[in-house]
Design a protein around this ligand. Structure first.
Ligand code: SF4
Length: 123
């Protein structure tokens, strides 16, 4: 028999949470690195967007009662579509809205820090 631990995500939970699209492209990678930096600096707990896609109800309910921030890389809006479909409210940042271009953005420490600084201050 499965334990309860296996039925839910054990990643960070709490009042302030961040999830990222974590896509394969450059901007998706930046969202992931910024989310991890927010976690490492104890600004927000990082949790799993994939858990919503997988319909993991304890995670969905926890997100609904949290101050949730979503980072999407581009206008395909994968994370936005997943959270909207689940009826979850959230704050939102799309990296292309900051002027970054998908496929043409080097994943550098400078880019990650620039996005991180904006998110940490404004969100
Ligand atoms: S939002 Fe854009 S960068 Fe993120 S996973 Fe979807 S297609 Fe990839």
């Amino acid at each position: 028999m499965e334990s309860n631990e296996k039925k839910t995500c054990l990643c960070g939970n709490g009042e302030y949470i961040v999830v990222a699209c974590s896509g394969a492209c450059d901007l998706g990678q930046v969202t992931d690195l910024v989310a991890r930096k927010l976690r490492d600096n104890k600004i927000r707990k990082m949790n799993c967007l994939a858990a919503v896609g997988a319909d993991i109800q304890p995670t969905i309910e926890m997100f609904k009662s949290s101050n949730l921030l979503l980072l999407d890389g581009c206008p395909v809006d994968c994370g936005k579509k997943i959270l909207d479909k689940a009826g979850i409210e959230y704050k939102y940042l799309r990296l292309t809205d900051l002027g970054y271009v998908k496929g043409l953005t080097p994943v550098t420490k400078e880019v990650v820090e620039t996005v991180y600084d904006k998110v940490a201050v404004e969100y």
